[in-house]
Design a protein around this ligand. Sequence first.
Ligand code: BG6
Length: 482
Amino acid sequence: MAALVLFGGGGDLAIRMLLPSLYFLEHDGLLPDGLKIIAAARSEESREAYLARVKDSVIKRADGHWSDESFARVAERIDYVAVDATSAEGLSALKEKLGDDRELTYFLAVSPSLYGPIVRALKAAGLTGPQARIVLEKPVGRDLESFRQIDAEVAHAFDERQVFRIDHYLGKETVQNLIALRFGNTIFEPLWNNLSIDHVQITVGETVGVGDRWPYYDEYGALRDMLQNHMLQLLCLVAMEPPSDLDPDSVRNEKVKVLRSLRPISAANVRDVTVRGQYVGGHGPDGPVKGYEEERGAPSDIDTYVALRADIDNWRWAGVPFYMRTGKRLPEKRTEIVIQFKPVPHSIFDQRGDVVANRMVIELQPEEDISLTVMNKRPGLDQRMQLQPIRMSLSWGVDGKGAKPPRRRIAYERLLLDAMAGDSTLFVRADEAEKAWEWVDGVSEAWAEAEYRPHIYRPGTWGPDAGDRLLARDGRTWNTND
Ligand code: BG6
């Protein structure tokens, strides 16, 4: 029989994301028959009290999709066990609950400093057979060296094919749709290179601040928390060569080639091609908010905003900058990839300002949509032809027949199913994570060497002015969606 064990089962990630995901999968009849779900956590808590917490969280999330019946079905699968997951003896209660189950998926929703100890304990307790799988939540390590240490510990008990390094951005529907768009159509791929594309922008804006998460955040900053993983994964999917099939290794081989081609950033150019920022207190979109240092209660040099220009040194992308920016306390929760095409080589229209180059916007949040801006004739009898930009939505939700878009899934739904089925296409392979860390370590070492402290920025703005100057010096601006 199969079992899914959630270490850190009582924590924020499990309660807010994983259990609601499992509820939805149950609701849609997608959970494997007989699957047991065991929440393993450090503190003693009754199964009833735990299920009450889970129910509250699911209700909040379910919106119009709540069903008593579906919750009762998923609750029946769920058990709670208090463990000390760092020793074989501490896992005995879990072992008892697992009985003869052999198809085991462990999800580590705990601090990465516990990954090594938990894996050792699982092995010592005899809970790691060839059919077991382990899912590691990001961040795996804080730099290349700590990533390698953790990875080596995990490798003592699990083969690479059994390890699933999660990056929940890869579970987002629009991210997968990007693969469909690029490789399921003939019309875009011939243009997907430096002959037609001027530059690419990747923005992940968040309105939330760091708040109580500062003990973690102060060690990582925006660079390690967001850019090393989510944003570089998005960059890889935009930039990779067509894989020969959707086999996990075919896709990941192509992604790792992109990471290998990223031009290193050094102290000599770090002030030109990167921007660090940290928010101060002020008025955010929802009222007054504290500055990062006030939340932390002490001065700090960590970045809550980062923007940079990445260059991919290969034939396809030579000369096409990939600008990336992410930050907390920005004006909008907005994640988008913008593919900015080049202007027409020669304009036959005498109109100036309104003629804009084609632009594709792949929006992940707040809506899921892919749109393309094209130029079109303004209707009317003007003597001289007038153009106007129109935005065509390529979104799967809008098919012109008024079809109701499907429920927006939590990214973890897809990833949990894939991990339990052993499909690692949407998970990060060790060499990808290594290359991403190597490049990001280069940026943070360059910051240290150049003594580059974050610029401050006010909440509710798009980061420090230097973020705009990063593009302005190349004659470009960030997309504004106006
Ligand atoms: C997490 C980061 O990985 O992603 C958080 O640790 C961030 O700091 C979150 O808020 C953003 O995820 P999403 O799916 O809301 O864009």
